[in-house]
Write a protein that binds this ligand. Structure first.
Ligand SMILES: [Mg+2]
Length: 375
């Protein structure tokens, strides 16, 4: 199977629900797609969802890295996998060396894996080797007032989305109030996560940790800036087990740095756009596993295509503990269809529809959306 044509295109998609976090506000997802066609008639699709403050590249840079002239080296390339279980596709070194920017690399890597799955007729999670059944994903509530937080949560819970990730980090007392009111309103029915996006100082974090058990907070993501990673060690082991590194970890080097500090976090948030696609994500998840860390799989504002790629990778990684793969749910329109379904276990004591399953289709299981009907 050889690649005979590459195409790419950019789509800026409005968010149905613009939101703010500590450090910024967003109303549009800037997406760059790539399609790789083979001499056997298969097409593999990939997505770059860059975020300059996280991946160091903006949408223009990602689009520039994915033009057919930049990807000319892929033409005539043989697509294959030396050993799927070891995670060593034949292209890994080439993509890392030739494609600029982690989100652009993620697009090419996921398109190549999509081709491997399509060629073999197997969904990607089974190419990798599935080790998990379905897990729930959280949905994200941005930084907003107590009343607006409760209103948005009401809507999610009504839709069966009961795992809530509350963005905070601007004012810890307001964050605690929002979490307390959510717990009071919904009781044990909801799971509560908090992501401070580096917004707390050590005193603010101490105030939150003092309430963590009472609020039954499942995890706290990136409470402090990476420069303060060592300060997390002042907290008790039960709290550290629930600290998740996001901005502190981009690659395996960061895991080594954290291990040398003495393991301030219990888990790490892996995003395909941050590390460069399923291949490096699998290596990072394996390194996290060896270090005794859990993995939370995260995402950007992105298409179901990218969410599917993360999901296939997550369910094949033994270290996977939590999913935060809600990035396509708030797109006003998704340029791709399929990718995953949301459902709940029949045994749940109330209706929930937040367990994510990849589709039973070869590769990533997502296709370009049909053009809108114009008649
Ligand atoms: Mg985060």
């Amino acid at each position: 199977m050889r690649i005979v044509r590459t195409t790419s295109w950019r789509e800026d998609v409005p968010l149905a629900r613009p939101y703010a976090i500590a450090g910024g506000a967003w109303d549009t997802a800037q997406l760059v797609f790539v399609a790789l066609e083979t001499d056997e008639g298969d097409t593999g699709y990939g997505l770059a969802a860059p975020a300059e403050e996280v991946t160091g590249e903006d949408a223009a840079a990602a689009a520039g890295a994915l033009t057919s002239s930049e990807l000319g080296w892929l033409l005539d390339s043989e697509v294959g996998v030396a050993s799927p279980s070891s995670g060593s596709p034949v292209w890994a070194g080439d993509v890392a060396a030739r494609v600029k920017g982690p989100a652009a690399r993620a697009a090419v890597d996921m398109a190549l894996w999509d081709l491997v799955g399509r060629r073999t007729g197997v969904k990607l999670v089974d190419v990798f080797g599935r080790v998990h059944g379905a897990l729930p994903t959280s949905v994200t509530i941005g930084v907003k007032s107590v009343a607006a937080t409760l209103e948005e949560a009401e809507e999610y819970v009504g839709r069966g989305l009961v795992c809530l990730k509350v963005k905070g980090g601007v004012d810890v007392d307001e964050d605690i109030e929002r979490l307390a009111r959510l717990r009071e309103r919904f009781g044990a029915r909801v799971t509560l996560r908090c992501d401070a996006n580096m917004g707390y100082d050590t005193a603010a974090l101490a105030r939150l940790v003092a309430r963590m058990q009472e609020l039954a907070l499942e995890l706290v993501e990136q409470p402090l800036t990476p420069a303060l990673d060592a300060a997390l060690l002042e907290h008790e082991p039960w709290a550290r087990a629930r600290f998740v590194a996001d901005e502190s970890v981009h690659g395996v080097d960061d895991l080594e740095r954290l291990a040398a500090l003495g393991a301030p976090f219990g888990a790490v948030n892996i995003k395909l756009m941050k590390c460069g696609g399923p291949t490096p994500a699998r290596a990072l998840a394996a390194a996290a596993h060896r270090a005794g860390l859990g993995v939370m799989w995260g995402c950007m504002d992105e298409s179901a295509l990218g969410i599917a790629a993360a999901l296939h990778t997550a369910y094949a990684a033994p270290a996977t503990r939590w999913l935060d793969l809600d990035g396509s749910l708030d797109l006003a329109r998704d340029p791709f269809v399929g990718g995953f379904t949301l459902d709940g276990p029949a045994s749940a004591p109330f209706e929930r529809r937040d367990y994510v399953q990849p589709l039973d289709r070869p590769g990533l299981g997502a296709e370009p959306a049909p053009p809108p009907c114009t008649t």
